[in-house]
Ligand binder design. Structure first.
Ligand code: CA
Length: 277
């Protein structure tokens, strides 16, 4: 199949109301789309997303959805324009049918240059199977099909950002949990690049949780690793330790978002942005 500007830009593919699906399927009330957007959790450190898309209405709709989810948005209407704006960008949403060079060209140049790992999500038309396959072959991370469901779009964006984060963590031994960067070999913890002062025991505790970020770590495993034995006294000490760490990591230690208690099991370090629903 040969792409043309026309077959990518068929007007019927781009409803002006991006939230059409949410509005109609939700039934009652005129503002269901807004309700859905309002429930999107604000990421702790804003990520920057570059939109490379020549259709102004599509860009506007994407910008609205992304900004409602508290992403910082940059826009380019051409491929060359997009390539000049990649510095500091965390993810690119890339249209294929662009007025100058194609999205495939943009993708090839990104992958061949300094952005070999930058997440790229292709914006494709519903029937463009060839486009999707070729884009994935060229190193795109994912694609979304126009017209967009904002919930699905944001889920794809979160997933792509998360995969990149996990790949980065695997390469340098640092995991990102919400605003925290935690070295999984030392427990050294930074909050948006400022060190969090942890005692050696607190750091060992955080390290154990960070090594299994998102998964629960059992009380017994924690006490035996931290103190060498598991008694009622150590379990009490563990609760005190968790409390101290929460006071350093959490805005409200009584309502923790990152260091969670797993009742009768242990503790879990989670990134609320990616916590399963
Ligand atoms: Ca286009």
């Amino acid at each position: 199949m040969r792409l043309t500007h026309g077959n990518l830009l068929a007007a019927r593919d781009f409803p002006v109301n991006l939230f059409h699906k949410a509005n109609t399927s939700a039934g009652s009330g005129p503002n269901k789309g807004e309700t859905i957007l309002a429930s999107v959790r604000k990421p702790d450190s804003p990520r920057t997303i570059l939109l490379v898309e020549d259709s102004e209405p599509v860009r506007a709709a994407l910008r609205a959805a992304l900004e409602a989810a508290h992403y910082t948005v940059r826009e380019a209407a051409t491929g060359e324009g997009g390539l000049t704006q990649t510095a500091g960008v965390d993810l690119i949403l890339l249209d294929i049918g662009l007025p100058d060079i194609s999205g495939f060209d943009v993708l090839e140049r990104l992958r061949g240059g300094q952005h070999s790992n930058l997440p790229v999500i292709i914006l494709s038309g519903r029937e463009e199977v060839d486009v999707k396959i070729r884009a994935l072959d060229l190193g795109a991370d994912d694609y979304v099909t126009k017209p967009f469901d904002p919930g699905e779009l944001l889920a794809r964006v979160r997933a792509a950002l998360r995969r990149q984060q996990e790949a980065a963590a695997a390469s340098n031994g640092v995991v990102q949990v919400g605003p925290f960067q935690i070295d999984i070999t030392t427990g050294d913890t930074r909050r948006e690049d400022r060190p969090v002062r942890l005692s050696p025991m607190e750091a060992r505790f955080v390290k154990m949780l960070a090594q299994r970020s998102g998964q629960p770590v059992g009380t017994r495993q924690l006490t035996e690793t931290l103190w060498g034995y598991d008694t009622a006294e150590q379990r009490q000490a563990l609760r005190v330790l968790a409390r101290k760490v929460r006071c350093k990591l959490e805005k409200d230690p009584d309502a923790p978002r990152f260091l969670l208690t797993e009742p009768r099991l242990g503790y879990r370090l989670v990134d609320p942005e990616f916590a399963s629903n």
